[in-house]
Design a protein around this ligand. Structure first.
Ligand code: FE
Ligand code: FE
Ligand code: ZN
Length: 277
């Protein structure tokens, strides 16, 4: 089996996120550790955090997949942006320890004009300064569509970052179906081949979470426009093969499709109907 859920808002607190996801039929969820477009992180109420922890245990939720804000760019060409981003990363990673043992996913970043190698060094430097032996959170690098100068558009680019980090035991990959497709990996006609390539380059054991999205654009478009399941270029059949793939069982699957609550409820039900036991 897999765990399925979507992004829920942290604005009403921690337990409210779990309750909302339960209402939608999910058993995992994603949330932004702070306003996705920037801003300060609020301090959570410790009691609220404890109640959510009990709720997640009681309802047997899978690991959560928290998402870093989009304004965080660890490999910006501007030093002040890198400094801001490192502070956000460090603070949010610390905050994640309130909910022990979950995932914290981030976009590797956009290198602007610096090129990949300099960017990979900068990203890895931050990881080497912030990851600690005792943290229970696993940090996930997200596969990217390759829009603009995004780092992480190929498995090799992600591998290059992993290679530079000392505490590899704290790292994994979040496989975003829209991004991988837009990046040029044909998961419609050759899902097995794409996962085999992932295994050869990175190792399938590092693929710890999936963002389940259709794409508005054809394979290799490098656009990153998500679509509802079945309404895009990937299609429902191919996405359900992802859900059923033996190598991906046990992972949290997060919908990032452009839906309202009813839409998410329907997509979660669809995934559940296609899930292997
Ligand atoms: Fe993302
Ligand atoms: Fe994503
Ligand atoms: Zn995206």
């Amino acid at each position: 089996m897999i765990f399925i859920g979507n992004h829920v808002s942290i604005s009403k607190g921690y337990l409210a996120m779990g309750k909302m996801e339960e209402k939608l039929g999910g058993n995992t969820f994603a949330f932004f550790t702070r306003n996705p477009r920037g801003g300060n992180g609020s301090v959570p109420d410790p009691e609220d955090v404890q109640v959510l922890r009990a709720f997640l245990k009681e309802k047997q939720f899978g690991k959560l997949v928290a998402h870093a804000p989009y304004t965080m760019n660890l490999c910006s060409a501007k030093e002040e942006v890198r400094t801001f981003s490192e502070n956000v990363f460090r603070e949010d990673l610390r905050k994640m320890e309130d909910l022990p043992g979950q995932y914290f996913n981030f976009h590797p970043g956009s290198h602007l004009k610096q090129g990949y190698e300099a960017a990979a060094d900068q990203i890895a430097d931050v990881l080497n300064r912030t990851l600690t032996e005792n943290q229970t959170t696993t940090v996930l690098l997200e596969t990217m569509a390759g829009k603009g100068t995004e780092v992480g558009k190929t498995f090799e680019e992600l591998r290059g970052i992993l290679d530079r980090v000392e505490r590899k035991d704290k790292l994994g990959i979040c496989f975003d179906t829209c991004h991988v497709w837009d990046g040029g990996y044909d998961i419609v006609h050759d899902l097995d081949g794409v996962l085999r390539h992932f295994d050869e380059v990175i190792g399938i054991d590092r693929l710890l979470a999936v963002h389940l999205n259709d794409s508005k654009n054809p394979c290799g478009a490098h656009k990153d426009r998500h679509e509802k399941i079945g309404l895009g270029e990937i299609g429902e059949e191919a996405l359900m093969r992802v859900v059923q793939h033996p190598l991906l069982q046990g992972r949290p699957f997060i919908l990032e499709t452009p839906n309202d609550d009813d839409g998410y409820r329907r997509e979660i039900a669809l995934v559940r109907a296609n899930m292997k036991e």
